[in-house]
Design a protein. Sequence first.
Length: 313
Amino acid sequence: MTAKCKDQIGVYAGLYASSPCLRDPNVTCSNPCEAAVREAIISADPDDQDPYYIYGDICLIENDQIGALQYRESAALPRRPHTPCAAEFTTAYLNLPAVRDAIHVHATVPAAWGNCNDAVSRSYHRSTSSLPLYPDILATDLKTLIFSGDADSIVNFIGTERWLGAQGLRLKVVDKWQAWFGPDKQLAGYTQKYDGLTFSTVKGAGHLVPATKPLHGLYLFECFLYGKELCAAFDYPTDNLEYLSGIVMSSGNDKSDVAASGQPNGAWAVAFVALGVGLTVLGSIGYKRFVNRGRQGEAYSTLNKQPVPTYSD
């Protein structure tokens, strides 16, 4: 693979690919270059993954099935995951006649709401770079934070790092990469400071950080606004996963697990008591069956001939 072609490929990590070989018809790449990029994309099977959250599931609901779905109340989950059909549900909701009327999009308007306007997108082949705007912004005293979920392939963090560095703004690194931790004391991502801005990644987050990592996203944002010392004194909700990790050792240290998990602390005590009673009952039943089997003699006999299968009419 030639150096020129290698530069044109750009970045391919976590399903992120930006290659003029595939996107720009005016760029001619060598056959090995184009073949390598195509093979990498095909092997990643991007059609069966969510490019905005590569760790998440894809929505399997067809367009004509959304209207038949009924809302179901489900048990609260710790750190409720990002639902794969959120975009489909949002589209169906915003196209309801009552909703359209409430937001003053009346029936006389023929267009339906969509998260992307394909007609507009097809009218443009490229967008103007915003990089020339950054020097003026960074020349001020404004604090600047750029953050990316590391499970996002649409705006991949490796590509962001490149345009901040030698291939873009050429910003000087002031503090090299180091880990940052959330209020739950768990590794939440990595951060690097440049001359004029801070770039942070959010571990396990997708394109929409608040949707996939709400606690760490909020903590990152508030620490940026108020500083680490102040945000360290803020109260953040805890959930049952923090009991399992050991960060919260007793209910006295928990401030708001009711809001996070939907269960008060007292419910845990009731659950453990019920579990103990259930195990005792099962143990008694098992012991009685063991004694009865001993009284009845052997439950099995030795096979001394070839078994013959029987069939019912």
